[in-house]
Write a protein that binds this ligand. Structure first.
Ligand code: FDA
Length: 390
């Protein structure tokens, strides 16, 4: 089989790129080892696909080279994808903070991308055995036979959720052709605790609180969820992409209130009110009781506490310092931080600088978005950048 463009991976980036390449009249073959295309699209956004974020900007991406993504993001904006979604008659809504979701099923997005492929061949259940540069193009040995292609686009994602077909193939191909890899780690992933912290948090599993979580200079404010293994929820997932083993994070469990002032104020009003009861005005009751108990104030009255104790309570709530023991890993991570080193790619085309005709797009590249639709926007934008130059 001879084609102009071989795309490895029928996920968000690969499907989008196939449509863009077909628009130029190229003969396109997309291969994927999975039985269905776009499996991550299907499960994304709780089944409703948070397909873009109106506030996408390079500051919302993590990369060793933070400027790299700017060109592709400028060349294909969230509004461009919204126009496609509108054209396809897919209803959507803005949830919060620019996050756009389908009203109906996420698979509408995959169906739209497949229609847009407009005659590109899609070979599912197909594995890549070998890829070699040959003359001015490439020869791929696949489980369906040999494919020769003028250009190859590597769009086979990253390591997150191996159960859904994630593999390290993109990195293996990058290394094979001499590109560097920025060390990878799970991102947008729940954090886990050692036994000592679990003693406090395990009984709180299911409790959620609006919190501000800080790691070095980065902070996110959103929901935090206590789990049986540690912490989850959007604020925790966001900070997890910055956190690395051994590091500490600081949590403000009541960012809207000045707890020291509230405690002093209530103490000044006298009465027999318990510390936990007053804490419960700023925190969910179970969390308030757990913190009071942890500080040895389980049954204590507020009126009996001196200023130092009130400050200690406030510090525990506003500056809870924790050192997660780990994360839930690639098993549940929504993304992979790190990947193909952007120094070896052209920011305008996603082409490998030293290997003409070889492109890397989507999550396999060292560009990782925040939670909230930024990762799909990167998939569309990087695929578009490559598609224009194929
Ligand atoms: P993607 O993983 O989509 O596709 C890679 C393709 O390559 C897959 O089809 C895979 O089968 C194939 N492949 C892998 N190895 C192969 C091999 N060895 N041979 C052949 N084929 C191979 N983002 C967002 O913006 N909004 C959201 O709502 C969500 N929600 C979300 C939920 C969950 C549970 C997860 C895990 C992730 C998200 N994401 C998200 C992240 C988003 O899904 C992710 O960033 C994109 O799917 C990345 O697109 P890619 O095309 O690069 O990889």
């Amino acid at each position: 089989m001879d084609c102009d463009v071989l795309i490895i991976g029928a996920g968000a980036a690969g499907l989008f790129c196939a449509g863009s390449a077909r628009a130029t009249g190229a003969r396109v073959v997309v291969i994927d080892h999975a039985a269905r295309p776009g499996e991550k699209i299907r499960i994304s956004g709780g089944g409703r696909c948070n397909f873009t974020n109106l506030a996408t900007a390079r500051e919302r991406f993590i990369s060793e080279n933070p400027r790299f993504c700017a060109s592709a993001l400028a060349g294909y904006r969230p509004q461009d994808f919204v126009a496609l979604v509108d054209q396809a008659g897919i209803d959507w809504h803005e949830k919060t903070l620019g996050q756009l979701f389908c009203d109906g099923k996420a698979t509408q997005i995959t169906d739209m991308l497949i229609r847009r492929m407009n005659g590109a061949e899609l070979w599912l259940d197909t594995t890549l055995e070998r890829l070699e540069a040959q003359g001015s193009g490439f020869t791929a040995l696949t489980s369906r036979g040999v494919v020769t292609a003028g250009r190859v686009v590597v769009a086979c994602g990253a390591k997150s959720i191996p159960k859904m077909g994630a593999t390290g193939l993109a990195y293996d191909l990058a290394r094979q052709f001499g590109l560097r890899i920025v060390e990878t780690r799970p991102g947008l992933v729940p954090l886990t605790f050692a036994e000592q912290e679990l003693a406090l948090t395990k009984p709180l599993a299911g409790v959620s609180v609006e919190a501000e979580i800080r790691h070095a200079k980065t902070a996110f404010r959103d929901a935090l969820l206590f789990t049986h293994r540690g912490l989850s929820g959007p604020a925790v997932l966001q900070i997890s992409s910055y956190w690395q083993p051994g590091q500490e994070i600081t949590v403000d469990l009541a960012p809207d209130c000045d707890l020291a002032a509230v405690l002093r104020d209530r103490r000044g009003q006298g009465g027999r009110v318990a510390v936990a009861t007053v804490l419960g005005t700023a925190l969910p009751a179970r969390l308030a009781e757990a913190i009071a108990a942890e500080l040895g104030l389980g049954n204590a009255r507020l009126a009996d506490q001196n200023n130092a104790t009130l400050d200690r309570i406030a510090a525990r709530v506003h500056r809870w310092q924790i050192r997660p023991v780990g994360s839930e890993g690639y098993r549940t991570a929504e993304v992979t931080v790190g990947g193909v080193d952007t120094r070896d790619l052209d920011a305008k085309t996603m082409q490998a600088r030293a290997v003409p005709g070889l492109y890397f797009i989507g999550e396999c590249v060292d560009v990782t978005g925040w939670l909230g639709g930024h990762n799909f926007q990167w998939a569309w934008a990087s695929a578009h950048a490559a598609g224009l130059s194929l």
